[in-house]
Design a protein around this ligand. Structure first.
Ligand code: GLN
Ligand code: ZN
Length: 763
């Protein structure tokens, strides 16, 4: 009989209860006990949601992050948080969020400032974990409190518990050495603690432990491959059975390694790694369980249950009891409950499944495998009908868009002339000084702006009044920019709630949910728009705002758009066509907007690609393929304009070393990037590549409330000029200013403009 199980459940709550409880606790408005109670309630509810599964994850709940939980379990706390008094939870939030020296201590009992642990993306998801820190002196010490408490709760509730932990190799691989430590040198110290942990779980009567090693879907060098063998050889004598879980990609060349590890079972992502499955079955010894992740844990679409059954029924015959079935990865990366959605279009809703619905699908699969398809006839028929309706829906299929995609040729993404020639024409038109100054787009989103928007959305403010309010904000930011003496102005993005949602709402083929929240980090969630159909642009999206802004000033006004790659990477996307196709559809739609802006007299147009880098596949060997279609999409969007029109792009990061050729290939006239915190050293990538076009390396760290001084920004630009010829440099902040206050922005930009003037004099 096939076993069905789950790898992890979203902990934030269907109505983001955990978010609100955390934030209230951090503000000192509620007690630690109230927070702990809420955690227990959520765990209880989520285990109820998973009733009927043969194994339910325990330990997947975290107040902030599962990696941070693991660091605490392993006793690996950064030196700087040791020796504090108070509760473990206080220390936990100290590492998670840091604490300022002056700031009032909300809940703890003492002292000075503590820097937060670094945060980074969990593989290719939009979830961010707290990076474990290691030094040559790192020692580990087991703390089972959290896990055993949750296990006891689960047992009391009658849950068939399968504790979940991060495996030792992934834990080391995803951490950071703070000195010249070679991380694998810590393995001999780490493994005994894992062995103790498994013993402690065995002592509680645990049968299976899920040990997550997603690092197996990435390229591993020999040392790391050997570390896998050594580690699991050492853990094999434990009294629990280990289910080694991999997810997010394909095992490929790591198949044999994964299959050879002395564990009781292996879970693979059969959505991304379907090709791994048959070879693995041949490689696995006959006593091992194979768990197939056949329900996509990364998207919000219904599973084609009949297709899955067609595929796995023969495997179930072959494997018998050894076959387990599950979602592809933890459901942490999908929203909780589709039934919360009250406003979502009913047709689109009928195509979707959130975490709870995905578990329903899992139960149907389980029943079909055990008792035959007839036992779930109605469910399968309903599922089939929903999928057929989606496939046939005219809202998904737009023949005009498909025809336009088929007609894309290389000429579409190519400008008429080279940068060198364009730059001359642009200089003649724009007449900018040396070291021209600009900003990245948004100005502070004030309480008044947010209030006007919520009133407008609630229908309490009419269209005309909302427009007047936004125009007043645009006028305010134009006046401020003129007073500051900036060279290329922006309208300030007052009318935008979010750089993706704003465009998605105006494009056909996008839908928006009310409760489609996914945890991004800590208490923060994102609600990605749902790209469900062929993308088209019924009408211009930004032209009115941009031309209004231009009418207020003689200085050049920069049009402001979000690029196709960023739209794609920050949305839930279709599973019925390649990402590259959806991206090109977005490119064609935004291209129309670029051309309309140009026609309306906007001569500088910025196309933000903040998320281009995050779309890189987990394996380097697949990078180029992604970069090729991503860059092509950008080029289609941007490069239909005349020589005189200056195209800007913006990216909020500074690691360009490994993708610089593709960035250059985009052929934007100007790229603005984030560099202020890196002391301009990251411009070396541009220098070494002889990057040919203009660059605006950010000189103002907009993430900090500090006001950068003129001298500091002059120094940064001088360093930049050692790497990029001065005539190709711009002066600008790192990113948009929407999260800052005007009181911070004005003095900072004033200093920035003064810095540019100083640089011009010394040039
Ligand atoms: N134009 C956007 C802004 O200024 C860019 C934001 C971003 O890169 N994340 O807010
Ligand atoms: Zn940015």
């Amino acid at each position: 009989m096939t076993t069905i199980h789950n790898l992890g459940f979203p902990r934030i709550g269907a109505k983001r209860e955990l978010k609100f409880a955390l934030e209230s606790y951090w503000k000192g408005e509620s007690t630690r006990d109230a927070l702990k109670d809420l955690g227990a309630q959520l765990r209880k509810r989520h285990w109820d949601n998973q009733a009927g599964l043969d194994f339910v994850p325990v330990g997947d709940f975290a107040f902030y992050d599962q990696m941070l939980d693991m660091s605490f379990t392993l006793g690996n706390l950064p030196e700087r948080v040791r020796g504090f008094h108070g509760d473990t939870l206080d220390n936990y939030f100290r590492v998670a969020r840091g604490r300022s020296a002056q700031g009032a201590e909300d809940h703890g009992t003492c002292c000075g400032g503590v820097a937060a642990g670094e945060m980074t993306k969990w593989f290719d998801t939009n979830y961010h974990y707290i990076v474990p820190e290691f030094t040559a002196a790192t020692e580990f010490k087991l703390d089972t409190t959290r896990l055993l408490e949750q296990l006891a709760e689960a047992k009391a509730q009658g849950v068939k518990a399968k504790p979940v932990i991060i495996g030792p190799i992934t834990y080391l691989a995803q951490g950071k050495a703070k000195d010249d430590l070679y991380k694998l040198a810590l393995l001999p110290r780490l493994l005994p603690v894992y062995a103790q942990l498994l013993d402690a779980l065995a002592a509680q009567g645990v049968e299976w432990v899920q040990i997550d090693e997603p690092i197996l879907v990435t390229e591993l060098d020999t040392d790391w491959q050997n570390a896998f063998k050594a580690a699991y050889e050492q853990l094999k004598n434990s009294r629990v059975k280990l289910l080694l879980a991999t997810y997010f990609g394909q095992l490929l060349e790591n198949r044999a390694l994964a299959a050879s590890l002395p564990v009781a079972g292996l879970h693979v992502d059969a959505i991304n790694g379907r090709d791994d499955v048959l070879p693995l079955i041949d490689l696995l010894s006959a006593d091992k369980v194979l768990s197939l992740g056949v329900i996509n844990g990364r998207n919000i679409w219904k599973t084609d249950l009949t297709a899955v059954l067609d595929w796995i029924e023969p495997l179930a015959k072959r494997l018998g009891e050894r076959l387990w079935v599950a979602p592809s990865c933890s459901l942490l990366h999908v929203p909780v409950d589709l039934n919360s959605e009250q406003k979502l279009d009913a047709e689109i809703k009928s195509w979707l499944a959130y975490a709870i619905q995905k578990l329903d699908e899992l139960r149907v699969l389980g029943k079909a495998l055990r008792s035959g398809r007839d036992s779930v006839k109605a469910e399968l028929a309903e599922n089939k009908a929903a999928l057929a309706a989606r496939r046939a829906s005219p809202r998904v299929n737009n023949p005009a868009v498909q025809a336009a995609i088929a007609k894309i040729d290389a000429g579409l993404g190519k400008r008429d002339n080279t940068y060198a020639l364009r730059a001359k024409k642009q200089a003649a038109l724009l007449k900018l000084p040396a070291y021209p100054t600009t900003t990245i787009g948004s100005f502070p989103q004030t309480a008044e702006i947010r209030h006007a928007r919520s009133e407008f959305k609630a229908g309490r403010l009419d269209n005309a009044s909302y427009k007047t309010a936004m125009q007043a904000e645009i006028e305010r930011s134009v006046r401020e920019q003129e007073t500051l003496g900036l060279d290329v102005l922006v309208h300030g993005e007052a009318e935008r709630n979010d750089m993706v949602e704003y465009f998605g709402e105006q494009l056909q083929g996008y839908a928006f949910s009310q409760f489609g929240w996914v945890q991004s980090y800590g208490s923060r969630c994102v609600k990605p728009p749902i790209l469900f159909g062929d993308i088209s642009r019924p009408q211009a999206m930004t032209v009115e705002w941009s031309t209004y802004a231009q009418s207020l000033t003689k200085k050049p006004m920069k049009g402001m758009l979000t690029g196709p790659v960023t739209m794609l990477n920050w949305s839930f996307v279709r599973d019925d066509q390649p990402r590259s196709v959806s991206c090109k559809q977005l490119a064609l739609a935004i291209r129309e907007e670029v051309l309309d802006l140009e026609k309306a007299g906007v001569h500088v147009i910025q196309i933000d690609e903040a998320a281009l880098r995050e779309g890189l596949p987990l394996r380097k060997s697949q990078w180029q393929e992604y970069l090729d279609w991503a860059v092509e999409s950008f080029r289609i969007t941007a490069n239909g304009v005349e020589d005189e029109t200056q195209i800007h792009t913006h990216m909020c990061y500074s690691e360009f070393n490994d993708i610089i050729a593709s960035i250059a290939d985009m052929d934007a006239d100007v790229i603005t990037i984030e560099t202020s915190r890196s002391d301009m050293e990251l411009l070396d990538a541009f220098d070494n590549f002889n990057y040919p076009n203009e660059i605006g390396p950010g000189v103002y760290d907009i993430h900090s409330p500090n006001i950068p001084t003129q001298e500091h920004m002059v120094q940064l630009m001088k360093k930049a000029a050692e790497r990029v010829p001065a005539e190709r440099l711009w002066v600008n902040p790192d990113c948009g200013l929407k999260t800052r206050q005007w009181a911070e922005v004005l003095p900072a930009l004033n200093n920035m403009v003064a810095a540019a003037k100083t640089l011009r004099q010394s040039a």
